[in-house]
Design a protein around this ligand. Structure first.
Ligand SMILES: [Zn+2]
Length: 74
């Protein structure tokens, strides 16, 4: 199942000039590992996130609460 928020991608975040790790209480969810992960950001200039466990970039970035609700994380 896919919905609107799944369409939020890396490019979208690059456009957010106000994007801030502190202001946005963001978390990372790996679609392959199916859990919250501490994603690496290889290049701080680009919002490219890599799952530290599977090394894929199928990482969804959003608030922890939203991720938990959407992906049914306990
Ligand atoms: Zn992963």
């Amino acid at each position: 199942m896919s919905n609107f928020w799944d369409l939020i991608n890396i490019e979208e975040f690059e456009k957010r000039e106000t994007f801030s790790d502190e202001r946005w209480d963001i978390s990372f969810y790996c679609k392959d590992c199916r859990k919250l992960v501490k994603a690496d950001r290889p290049d701080a200039k680009w919002y490219t996130f890599v799952c530290p466990e599977c090394k894929w970039e199928k990482v969804v970035i959003w608030t922890e609460q939203w991720l938990k609700n959407n992906y049914k994380i306990k």
